[in-house]
Design a protein around this ligand. Structure first.
Ligand SMILES: Nc1nc2c(ncn2[C@@H]2O[C@H](COP(=O)(O)OP(=O)(O)OP(=O)(O)O)[C@@H](O)[C@H]2O)c(=O)[nH]1
Ligand SMILES: [Mg+2]
Length: 192
């Protein structure tokens, strides 16, 4: 089996989405990272305890407001959403609500959401109580991360990959049931 689990990373422009992916997939950090244009993906392989492997496909998206109108299509069949704000920028924390509502209206039902507070090496201007309220009310996991210092990234992706795999497995089961029902309906029709 080589299951592909799709995850989409979203949040305002400049919060550090691309740097998080680069740190996780390549182990690098670029102070001069250029803004993302459109969207692109990168695959990374994970192993299950039984040694079977699966792929986490991470879609990096552009945080420009103009992109919000085309982003819904990226959530089709998503098995995890990564919501990012910059702990040194309060406006970006306020921004995650609108990104979240776009994600929830387009992603499959009950898609897991993981919230990342990026640039945790910088002084935070977002009160911890506000972050806790946001994630607790919704039952989301939260990780402060720094791509620059390489803190929290591995822990966050260990969890993201597990949640995405579990969600993808349940999506596959639902699809098998639907196909089974369809086959049954077709064979019932043939009967006189
Ligand atoms: N201090 C610090 N700066 C960071 C960190 N991560 C990213 N940055 C800085 O933030 C800039 C923007 O990061 P990007 O990863 O390009 O941001 P983005 O969210 O992908 O932005 P868009 O592609 O425009 O949506 C980078 O060039 C870095 O200078 C971090 O962990 N710590
Ligand atoms: Mg980017």
């Amino acid at each position: 089996m080589n299951q592909i689990c799709k995850t989409v990373i979203i949040g305002d422009s400049g919060v550090g989405k691309t740097c998080i992916i680069q740190r996780f997939t390549k182990g690098t950090f670029n102070e001069e990272q250029a803004a993302t244009v459109g969207a692109s993906f990168v695959d990374c392989e994970f192993k299950l305890p039984n040694n079977e492997s699966y792929k986490l496909r991470i879609w990096d998206t552009c945080g420009q407001e103009s992109f919000q109108s085309i982003i819904p299509m990226y959530f089709r069949n998503a098995s995890c959403v990564i919501l990012v704000f910059d702990v040194s920028n309060f406006q970006s924390f306020k921004g995650i609500k609108s990104w979240l509502s776009i994600a929830l209206s387009s992603a499959p039902e009950s898609t897991p959401v993981v919230v990342l507070g990026a640039k945790s090496d910088l002084p935070s201007v977002v009160p911890e109580s506000a972050i806790n309220d946001f994630v607790r009310q919704r039952g989301y996991l939260y990780f402060p991360v720094s791509s620059k210092n390489n803190t929290g990234i591995k822990e966050a992706f260990d969890k993201i990959s597990t949640l995405a795999f579990e969600k993808q497995s349940s999506l596959n089961e639902e699809q098998e049931v639907r196909i089974g029902d369809e086959v049954k309906k077709q064979s019932d029709k043939k009967c006189c």
